[in-house]
Design a protein around this ligand. Structure first.
Ligand code: HXC
Length: 539
């Protein structure tokens, strides 16, 4: 069969050659036709296009599915479906119409998948293409299985005009309806431009591949025309930009193979739908394992940073942590791990980056993660070392009030089990926002090194001892003295523990076992919510 299909590819294979009088063909003839059609569909846009795909370092739609799913588990739908050819009358009909769809398993659990085939009309999306994606999304919601969309497309199929735009609308609708019902994951493995970017952005997690994927609402050419700026696709919307700066990409991997492997890893932490619990996996890590080195993790100097990831790896089963948004807003760490075999969502300040301060990006990153975990019955563990919200006009004018409110809102709305450990600083509003008892956390622990207070020592001393400092012969010395007085009085966990805001002050070495016991006791947690259509999160 020719690599570039003729406009009447299907007839050529022989369907029209069936017995026209009886409407039937011989059984063996039909087997032959089916085999030929399948072979034809599997060639996509032809060998030349497949080679082009490989030269760009990209895999084909089918190769990607084969890597994503358990070997031999893929069941394809609509392989024989074709498009209508479009208003421009090119008459081109391709089996599969530029997207491969169906279902299969990841470590034995069903998922639905679509994988755009760039070798067929640039993977562009028209009516039939969209119907295929919609079909698997509908199945995913009905059967309660995750949906994974692999994107590699020139966008709306120009020849199909407004029908192609309508076709995108069908997918957008389904993204929103499925949101919070099944996990939705997008892999960007080629171009993704114009309004097409909005489907991945409405899914739960977006993966990108370095140097072969990009996402933007308007491409470099439009940027040049409208704002007269020269910028290439990589700088405008490549994986680096979206993972570090915009936060559009949650995961970035160097190539298709590693990307698909990472999707499998993510799926293993997640339940199939919002009615199920996440899968239990025993990593043979004793729940009562202690780590004496944690007793020395927090430096004696309160202004000295340390790496929160040391604590994270120490407490999680097998030290396994799947970090989400690793390169974006690094002052807050979010990701998945397991405690006693159970998936948990972890949110932690990172004192090693910007002293762990909360800024707008970190707040949005945290809020979205908290909401995902709450949607999918994943308990939240919060590790706190936060000096406050980032001060200054840049943050204030950028809307830190509304962004910080998102994190606050998300935590308060979350009804999954919520446990907090205050490791060191927990000052002011940031203390509350980071899952304090007062906003509904179930269990709140603190390390003996915790400093729970309204303000840090310098700021507090300057305000409450202003008169003494100003009237002193040596204001600098008086400030230092007052700072240490404040530190002795307020910067500890015991005042909060006396009030019951901290349920227990725990030895750092025992953090893991205390968290696991906490999760066990919260297993049966039930939370009432008032009847309403939905809350109005400060978007
Ligand atoms: C029809 C398309 C197409 C499209 C690509 N092709 N995009 N056909 N509709 N949107 C075809 C090309 O004509 C070509 O066909 C084949 O796919 C491969 O494309 P190339 O251009 O040869 O590949 P490459 O050089 O890698 O460039 C890829 C590309 C470029 C950057 C994606 O094709 C491109 O700029 N396409 C148009 C992108 C675009 O503006 N789309 C509309 C976006 S707006 P042949 O026959 O030559 O092999 C949008 C709105 C969504 O999508 C709205 C949602 C509400």
């Amino acid at each position: 069969m020719e690599s570039k299909k003729s406009d009447k590819g299907v007839e050529e294979i022989g369907v029209d050659n069936l017995d026209q009088k009886t409407g039937t063909g011989s059984f063996h003839f039909n087997l032959d036709v089916l085999q030929k059609m399948r072979d034809e569909a599997r060639k996509g846009g032809g060998l030349k296009q497949i080679k082009g795909q490989h030269i760009r370092g990209k895999l084909t739609a089918r190769e990607r599915i084969a890597l994503l799913l358990d070997e031999g588990s893929f069941e394809e739908f609509d392989m024989l479906k074709t498009g209508r050819g479009g208003h421009l009358g090119s008459g081109q009909e391709y089996l599969s119409d530029g997207v491969v769809t169906g279902h299969g398993t990841i470590d034995g659990r069903e998922v639905f998948v679509s994988s755009q085939d760039f070798t067929i009309i640039g993977g562009s999306l028209g009516e039939a293409h969209s119907e295929k994606i919609s079909k698997v999304m509908d199945h995913a919601v009905r059967t309660g299985a995750p949906y994974i969309g692999i994107n590699d497309s020139g966008g709306a199929r120009i020849q199909e005009g407004v029908d192609a735009l309508a076709a995108y609308g069908e997918i957008f609708n389904r993204n929103v309806r499925a949101s919070g019902v099944i996990p939705q994951i997008s892999c960007i493995m080629g171009p993704c431009a114009g309004g097409a970017v909005y489907s991945p952005s409405m899914t739960d997690f977006t993966f990108m591949v370095e140097h072969s994927s990009y996402m933007f609402v308007t491409g470099p050419q439009v940027v040049k025309t409208v704002i007269h700026q020269d910028i290439n696709a990589e700088e405008l919307g490549g994986a680096g930009i979206h993972s570090r700066k915009s936060g559009v990409a949650h995961f970035v991997l160097p190539n298709d193979i590693l990307c698909l492997r990472e999707v499998r890893r993510l799926i293993n932490y997640l339940p199939s739908n919002n009615r199920h619990k996440p899968p239990f996996l025993d990593l043979r890590d004793p729940p009562d394992r202690t780590d004496p080195t944690l007793d020395y993790l927090v430096p004696a100097d309160p202004n000295q940073p340390y790496d929160m990831k040391v604590l994270i790896r120490s407490i999680l089963d097998g030290a396994e942590f799947l970090e989400v948004h690793e390169a974006f807003a690094r002052n807050l760490i979010v990701g998945f791990g397991r405690l006693g075999g159970q998936t948990i969502g972890l949110i932690a300040n990172q004192p090693a980056v910007l002293a762990g301060v909360l800024d707008s990006d970190a707040s949005v990153k945290g809020a979205r993660f908290v909401r995902f975990c709450d949607n999918f019955n994943i308990p939240l563990i919060c590790l706190v070392d936060v000096p406050g919200f980032m001060p200054g006009p840049e943050q204030e004018h950028g809307g830190i009030i509304r962004h910080g409110a998102k994190l606050l809102f998300a935590f308060i709305e979350a009804t999954v089990p919520r446990i907090t450990v205050v490791v060191r600083k927990a000052y002011g509003g940031a203390y509350l926002v980071m899952n304090a008892k007062h906003i509904g956390a179930d269990i709140n622990y603190a390390w003996p090194t915790a400093e729970i207070a309204v303000l840090g020592p310098r700021g507090a001393a300057e305000i409450i001892y202003r008169r003494e400092i100003q009237g002193s012969d040596d204001p600098d010395r008086t400030l230092v003295e007052k700072e240490s007085e404040y530190r002795r009085t307020f910067l500890n966990p015991f005042l909060a523990a006396k009030r019951g805001y901290i349920d227990d002050v725990v030895f750092p070495s025992e953090t893991r076992s205390r968290l696991i016991r906490g999760l066990q006791v919260l297993e049966g947690k039930e939370a009432e919510k008032p009847r309403k259509k939905h809350g109005n999160i400060p978007l």
